[in-house]
Design a protein. Structure first.
Length: 237
């Protein structure tokens, strides 16, 4: 069965793509599967404790996720002043003042996230979804809209995040029979080898790219409508 949660974006959304640099931080349009799973795990630890989080980690990892993004997105294009660690050997200050490119997305419309889940974990997942108020970058707030819905079949307007990816030099997953029109965005997800200790920031374990953290090319159904030097406007197809 599919459990569907509804969220309203209440602030500008910003989530840097994994292939972007800190100086050119282009934002994604939507929270990645990695961010969604991590938000669920964070909610589990905050509300039920560390041991409960370890137990829930495995079934959160096995969730199939699909998304229905909002109708319109406007992305601001701007340069901001930032502080960056200096590379000068004999510097008077530890930080240098410089500029960087930043993007913030205004999501116009409701955001839906669907999870394919067994009946055993339905109540637990519903509870965790009510405890989430932001995805990805802290400050990108979302308001949960009750109640959640349970459907046998996923509606056609949802986009699956179970896209093919490269892990250990091999292509994992299955390519779809047809490719929909839209824009490709590279989104991170939990890899099969990811463990709780690697997610734990207090552990000495580290997350390895393209192994514990994989990148998926996901096609979002958007078209470019208008753009200028200060903004880019997209509409859902």
């Amino acid at each position: 069965m599919w459990l569907i949660a509804e969220y309203n974006p209440v602030t500008l959304f910003s989530f840097r793509s994994g292939i972007a640099t800190s100086s050119g931080a282009k934002t994604l349009f939507f929270p990645t599967p990695f961010a969604i799973r991590t938000a669920l795990l964070d909610a589990a630890i905050r509300t039920k404790g560390l041991e409960a989080g370890k137990t829930m980690f495995e079934w959160i990892k096995g969730l199939s996720i699909a998304v229905s993004p909002p109708e319109r997105i406007v992305v601001t294009n701007l340069f901001a002043k930032i502080l960056k660690p200096t590379r000068k050997k004999e510097a008077k200050e530890s930080m240098d003042r410089t500029i960087a490119f930043r993007e913030y997305a205004h999501l116009k419309g409701t955001v839906y996230i669907a999870f394919k889940i067994s009946e055993v974990h339905t109540e637990e997942l519903h509870f965790l979804l009510t405890q989430i108020n932001y995805f990805g970058k802290r400050g990108s707030f979302f308001q949960f809209v009750p109640p959640t819905k349970i459907l046998e079949e996923l509606p056609e307007d949802f986009i699956s995040t179970d896209a093919p990816y490269i892990q250990d030099g091999q292509i994992k997953g299955v390519y779809p029979n047809e490719f929909k029109i839209g824009l490709i965005q590279v989104m991170d997800d939990w890899g099969n080898s990811l463990t709780f200790d690697k997610v734990n920031v207090y552990s000495s374990e580290i997350i390895k790219e393209n192994k514990d953290r994989v990148r998926k090319n996901i096609i979002l159904p958007y078209k470019l409508v208008r753009s200028s030097k200060s903004f880019t406007y997209y509409e859902r197809i």
